[in-house]
Design a protein around this ligand. Structure first.
Ligand SMILES: [Zn+2]
Length: 204
C-alpha cells in the first residue's frame, strides 16, 4: 500500500484542488486542510458555504478590475468618486488597503499583477490597455502609481508612466513615496505609513 492509499478520498481530492491556488504548494494546501479539520462540522460547513458564495458571486469590476459582486463595483458607480483621479494598484487587496484609510476619493485600476519577466509576466498580461482607454475616456487629470515599493513594482510603475507620458503628456503621473519601506507590500503596510506615502506622493 502506498502512502496515498491511506488517505481518505476527500482529503486526497481537497489537497489536489487546493494546490490549484497560486503559490500554494503541497505544504500550504495541507496546512489549510488540516486546520479545517480541527473545526467542528458546523464551522467547516460555514467556511465551505462562505467559499461557495465567493466562488459563485465574485467577479472583476468591468471598469477597474476590483473584485466585486456586481458588474461595475461600488467605487466606480459612486457619483461622489472622481474618475479624474486613477490610483493604479497591482491587486484588489491593495485598493482595499487604501480604501480602509477613507481618504482617497478617486477611482482605482487593478493591473492584475506586476511585470515580472522571470515569471513570464509581461505588460500584455496586465490590464494596461484598459488603463490607457480610461485615461482617454474620462479625461483623467492624475494617475497615482501605487504598485508595491519593490523592484518589480517600481519597474511596472516606470513602464506605465512612460506610456502615459507618451500618449497623454498633460496627465500628471505620481508615485507613492518611500514612506513605505522598500521591498514591502501595500497590502501589509500599517495605515499611518500608507496614508503618509500617498499624501507625500511625488511627481514623475
Ligand atoms: Zn470598479
Amino acid at each position: 500500500m502506498s502512502y496515498q492509499e491511506y488517505l481518505p478520498e476527500a482529503i486526497k481530492l481537497s489537497l489536489e484542488k487546493l494546490t490549484l491556488l497560486p503559490t500554494y504548494g503541497e505544504r500550504s494546501a495541507s496546512r489549510f486542510l488540516y486546520n479545517m479539520l480541527k473545526l467542528s462540522k458546523d464551522e467547516r460547513l460555514e467556511v465551505v458555504r462562505a467559499l461557495e458564495l465567493l466562488a459563485q458571486s465574485i467577479v472583476e469590476c468591468s471598469e477597474c478590475g476590483i473584485y466585486t459582486d456586481r458588474d461595475v463595483c461600488v467605487i466606480c458607480s459612486d457619483p461622489k468618486r472622481s474618475k479624474k483621479f486613477i490610483c493604479v494598484v497591482e491587486e484588489s487587496q491593495d485598493a482595499f488597503a487604501i480604501e480602509k484609510l477613507e481618504r482617497y476619493t478617486g477611482v482605482y485600476h487593478v493591473l492584475g499583477g506586476r511585470i515580472a519577466p522571470l515569471e513570464g509576466v509581461s505588460p500584455k498580461d496586465l490590464r494596461i490597455e484598459s488603463l490607457l482607454e480610461r485615461i482617454e475616456k474620462y479625461k483623467v487629470k492624475e494617475v497615482i502609481l501605487a504598485t508595491n515599493p519593490n523592484t518589480e513594482g517600481e519597474a511596472t510603475a516606470n513602464y506605465i508612466v512612460k506610456l502615459i507620458k507618451k500618449q497623454f503628456p498633460t496627465v500628471k503621473t505620481t508615485r507613492i513615496s518611500h514612506g513605505l519601506q522598500f521591498g514591502s507590500f501595500i497590502e501589509l503596510a500599517d495605515e499611518l505609513s500608507l496614508e503618509k506615502s500617498i499624501e507625500n506622493r511625488k511627481s514623475l
